[in-house]
Design a protein around this ligand. Sequence first.
Ligand SMILES: Nc1ncnc2c1ncn2[C@@H]1O[C@H](COP(=O)(O)OP(=O)(O)OP(=O)(O)O)[C@@H](O)[C@H]1O
Ligand SMILES: Cc1ncc(CO)c(N)n1
Ligand SMILES: [Mg+2]
Length: 548
Amino acid sequence: MAMLGLQRLRPACNPLCHVSSQTSAQTRPQFVRMAISESAATEEKHMAVKVPRVLSVAGSDSGGGAGIQADIKTCAALGVFCTTAITALTAQNTIGVQGIYPVSADFLERQLRSVLSDIGADVVKTGMLPSADCIDTLCSVLDLFPVRAVVVDPVMVATSGDELAGAGILDALRKKLLPKAEVVTPNLPEASMLLDGASVGTLEEMRKAAAEIHKMGPRYVLIKGGHLSGSDDIVDILYDGSECHEYHGLRVETRNTHGTGCSLASAIAAELAKGSHVRQAVQAAKTYVEKTLQKSAKLTIGSGAQGPLNHVHQLNHWESLGEPHFRPNHLLLYAVTDSSMNKQWGRSTSEAVQAVIEGGATIVQIREKEADSGEFLEEAEASLKIARKYGVPLVINDRIDIALACDADGVHLGQSDLPISRARAILGPKKIIGVSCKTPEQAMRAWEEGADYIGSGGVYPTNTKQNNKTIGVEGLRKVCEASPLPVVAIGGIKDHNVKEVMASPRPEQLQGVAVVSGLFNQPDVVVATQKFRAILADALDDSYSRVV
Ligand SMILES: Nc1ncnc2c1ncn2[C@@H]1O[C@H](COP(=O)(O)OP(=O)(O)OP(=O)(O)O)[C@@H](O)[C@H]1O
Ligand SMILES: Cc1ncc(CO)c(N)n1
Ligand SMILES: [Mg+2]
């Protein structure tokens, strides 16, 4: 193979501009920050943004679940730029491998040189290598263009049982590629093949196999336990030449395990490219694959035994496709907490939430005007655990940051909070956004900007919100008639006036009532809530109240 003589360029670290225009009296962190920002300003034009890069040397899976396709998606999900050198085309789907078209060693070399001579790579990840020639070529090119680490997934057999590389590659793999590897990631059958058919089917055998494979030259051996039978726990074993580290994870019950191995190896490569140590990289990769399996468990792509993963589940949320994130009849009895009221009665917010849900509240809003952010978050998290157990949605008043931090079901915003369109952009399409509206115009705008429901009031004067203009039953009716969104009535609603609010003819969009002190300024929240549910059932026709 001809030598290109190209060297990888390592850009020197740009020194900071330490002579800042402000001097002496500053504290050190401020000084460092200013120095950095001033340096940034003067060098802005020349500043290079260095992106972590992985080069995947692997086969194409036409089914989109494994091989190159899995590698690119995994790297994208983990924030790494992925280039490719394709070793083979496979005609493959969720049923099996219908054909293999290997790429010649010459053309593999062209791809490797194209990528490494220009874009470069921090880490090379290898998957399917169809011939010993391809392995020879790869090793020679790696000698010319050294990279920080090589992650070798010794792909031999697809999950379907179809052979992807024959025993003919074993010698080159063991003698040439493994000595260059930072990590090698065999599954159980591959570990056995590398060891000429030794049995690798128990944890003890995995440990022994890891030590044997380590003698072939890689710095780390990770034996994957995905094929271990008969346990809820899936253990991968990492051997570093002196110690075995175990990575435990829960087995996800799913048919969608096609490409887990490729994804794990790519995730390790991506984490290494970002600068992690091998042990951190393996842990992060295992966590990524487990989470991805969970998010992909129910997908039905293809009719075969092994479906693909949804690698970019943070972007597309397929797991919740088809599930409406909000149903208007959740607004029937809407409980809004008030921490000082609950404190007076000697209960925490989460105890109050438990009681109000037991009593029959159909949605809960955590409204916190006193606690600091940390306490608010703790209360919200504890309340959310309870709400999830009962399948009742829980939203946060005003604080989008708290809603995001605890992954609540949504927020309720006032007219002076962040604009609805911004809130929607931050929270994504799957979170509930409710908006307080006093007028038909506000209701129309909330709808245009992407809200899910409207809270309209105050219907009656209330102590919880003094200085709040009341709109009365008439104002509520006007909002309901104009609103394209479902409406919940709020403000001073007590057991004695629910009937009046919900009285017929009830406007179509009016779904229920939101209550604060009627539920919580009470000695027994469960009993108070049950009473409201009974009055609501009475006020509405049966078919309606039975839906929730
Ligand atoms: N059902 C599962 N639940 C949780 N983790 C799993 C499951 N199946 C595999 N894993 C994990 O996924 C990673 C890949 O393991 P596996 O042994 O399946 O690789 P593989 O056989 O090479 O996969 P591939 O199908 O891509 O060839 C490992 O970290 C393993 O622990
Ligand atoms: C191309 C390709 N590489 C790797 C695997 C391993 O899952 C596969 N099924 N297909
Ligand atoms: Mg594999």
